[in-house]
Design a protein around this ligand. Structure first.
Ligand SMILES: [Cu+2]
Length: 311
C-alpha cells in the first residue's frame, strides 16, 4: 500500500481543505479519522496511484469472533480509495497468495479483462480516468466472485465532484454494508458457509466489517445542526439494503453519489448489492439517532448502529 491508501480509512491521500471530522472505520476496532471536505475547488487533475496487496488475514468481526478473511491490505473492508473527478487513476494489485485475485472498481469504465488476475499472476495494473463523480464499490473479480466478496475482498472508492459537493462542508461518515456467511467453531473462528452464500442467507450483516460496530458504547458522533454526509456502499454480496436513520430524513440523497441525480426528503433508501449512494441529513436536537438496515432481519444480524448528536 502506498501513502495514498493506508490500512485505516483516510481521505485517500489527498489532503482535504476544511476541518470537519471524517468518521470512518476500517481496522479492527478503530474508527474515525479526521478530515472534511469543504469541497474540492477547481484544480488541475492529478494522477493518483493506488497499490493494494491481496493477502489472507485473520480479522475480528466482534462478539469475540474471527475469520480467515481474503483481504486487500489485511483489512475488511479494504482501504478507502479517494480521488477527484477528472483524475487519472492507476490501480495496482500485488498478489503473493496462491489464489487468483483481482480488483474492480465500479468507477472504471474499461474492459472486464483488465480487472482480473489469473492463477499465478503476481501483479495486475490498469489505469482509467475518473470521469463520473460519486461513491463506488470495488471488489475482487476472481471466480467465484461470490466467495471472494463474502470473504472480505471489497472496499469503497469516492470520486469527489470537481466543483465540490453541492451542499458544502459536512461531517463525513463512510459505511460499507456486507454479509458474513458461516458459524463459529469452538474457538470463535467462523467457518465459511458456501451453501449459505449461494442461497443468500447470511449469518451476520455488518457495517464496516464488525457486528454492531457502532453500538451504544461506540457511537458515531455528529454535531447538532451540522450537515452529515454518509457515503454508503452495499457490497452484499446478495442482499438489498434499506438504509434508514431513526429520527431523521435524508434532506438529499445522491444516487450512486452523483450530484446530478438528487432526491430530497427521503425516509429510507434502498441499495441493491453492488450499489452505493451519498445521503445527507442533519438533526436539530442532541441525542441518539440509530441507523440501520430497515430490513429488520438484517438489522438483527448486526446491521445497526448509533449516531450520537452532541451540541
Ligand atoms: Cu479475490
Amino acid at each position: 500500500m502506498d501513502q495514498q491508501a493506508s490500512d485505516t480509512w483516510t481521505t485517500g491521500g489527498r489532503k482535504p481543505a476544511g476541518t470537519a471530522r471524517l468518521v470512518c472505520a476500517l481496522s479492527a476496532l478503530a474508527a474515525l479519522a479526521a478530515a472534511g471536505l469543504a469541497g474540492p475547488t477547481a484544480a488541475a487533475a492529478e494522477t493518483r496511484n493506488f497499490t493494494l496487496n491481496a493477502k489472507h488475514h485473520v480479522v475480528s468481526v466482534g462478539r469475540g469472533l474471527t475469520y480467515n478473511a481474503w483481504t486487500y491490505d489485511g483489512t475488511v473492508p479494504g482501504p478507502l480509495l479517494r480521488v477527484r473527478q477528472g483524475d487519472q487513476v492507476d490501480i495496482t494489485l500485488i498478489n503473493n497468495t496462491t489464489d487468483a485475485h483481482g480488483i474492480y472498481t465500479h468507477a472504471a469504465q474499461i474492459d472486464f479483462g483488465s480487472f482480473t488476475g489469473h492463477l499465478g499472476q503476481k501483479r495486475l495494473s490498469y489505469s482509467f480516468k475518473a470521469l463520473v463523480p460519486g461513491v463506488f464499490d470495488y471488489h475482487c473479480t476472481a471466480q467465484p466472485v461470490l466467495d471472494h466478496i463474502a470473504s472480505g475482498m471489497f472496499g469503497m472508492m469516492i470520486v469527489d465532484p470537481v466543483g465540490g459537493w453541492p451542499n458544502g462542508e459536512a461531517e463525513e461518515v463512510m459505511l460499507i454494508e456486507s454479509e458474513i456467511y458461516g458459524l463459529p467453531d469452538a474457538h470463535g473462528r467462523i467457518r465459511p458457509d458456501h451453501a449459505r452464500m449461494v442461497s443468500g442467507r447470511p449469518h451476520f450483516v455488518v457495517f464496516n466489517g464488525v457486528v454492531n460496530r457502532y453500538d451504544l458504547g461506540h457511537p458515531i458522533k455528529i454535531k447538532v445542526g451540522k450537515l452529515v454526509r454518509v457515503f454508503l456502499v452495499n457490497i452484499g454480496p446478495n442482499g438489498f439494503s434499506s438504509f434508514h436513520v431513526i429520527g431523521a430524513l435524508f434532506s438529499t440523497v445522491y444516487r450512486s453519489g452523483n450530484p446530478a441525480d438528487a432526491l430530497h426528503n427521503v425516509q429510507t433508501f434502498e441499495l441493491g448489492p453492488g450499489d452505493a449512494a451519498v445521503l445527507e441529513f442533519r438533526v436539530d436536537r442532541a441525542g441518539e439517532y440509530p441507523f440501520l438496515d430497515h430490513g429488520m432481519g438484517r438489522a438483527y444480524k448486526g446491521a445497526e448502529g448509533i449516531f450520537r448528536a452532541e451540541p
